[in-house]
Ligand binder design. Structure first.
Ligand SMILES: CC(C)(COP(=O)(O)OP(=O)(O)OC[C@H]1O[C@@H](n2cnc3c(N)ncnc32)[C@H](O)[C@@H]1OP(=O)(O)O)[C@@H](O)C(=O)NCCC(=O)NCCS
Length: 140
């Protein structure tokens, strides 16, 4: 992901999340050296992911497929590529957070072997309050 991708990334982000990352959030991720990667198909931005590395572990902070391109296998491909890249970077475990209400995300993650290992209470903003996050992990 390049800074020049950000206008497109932000359009996708705003269409698929009720509480989207801002352009500044993505810019900070790039500047901080996080692994920010876009998935293109025929020159079109189909999705993206942001991953952060720590000693022996990786954390998937954002995994997104544009609404027009969902349910065609791109999310699974991008997640599989993320597992591969995290393993190659030396991570033994990949962690992520997901809203318990995000049935599509949970089905995708569980389908590739992620298991819930904890709950962060009130982690996400939500309409009229906060929503918990499920913390999921996968040994690599
Ligand atoms: C979650 C997301 C990344 C899935 O990407 P996708 O390209 O649509 O998913 P795929 O076509 O690769 O599907 C892979 C699996 O995910 C699950 N899945 C995807 N969409 C689903 C839906 N609407 N309902 C239920 N399960 C779904 C299924 O298990 C599916 O496997 P199957 O096709 O064999 O049934 C995508 O819907 C998205 O970007 N959503 C908005 C942002 C988001 O919630 N990101 C995750 C935040 S933690």
């Amino acid at each position: 992901m390049l800074v020049s991708d950000l206008p497109h990334v932000v359009v996708v982000e705003q269409r698929i999340y009720p509480f989207p990352w801002t352009e500044g959030n993505f810019r900070d991720a790039i500047v901080s050296g996080y692994d920010a990667t876009v998935l293109e198909f025929g020159g079109v931005l189909v999705g993206y992911r942001v991953m952060m590395f720590g000693p022996g572990e990786a954390h998937l902070l954002n995994l997104s497929i544009a609404d027009d391109w969902q349910r065609r296998g791109f999310g699974r491909q991008l997640l599989l590529a993320s597992l591969h890249d995290a393993r190659r970077a030396g991570a033994a475990t990949l962690f992520l957070e997901v809203r318990p209400s995000n049935a599509a995300g949970i089905a995708l993650y569980e389908g590739l072997g992620f298991r819930r290992i904890g709950v962060r209470r009130g982690y996400y903003p939500a309409d009229g309050g906060r929503e918990d996050a499920w913390v999921m992990s996968l040994p690599l």
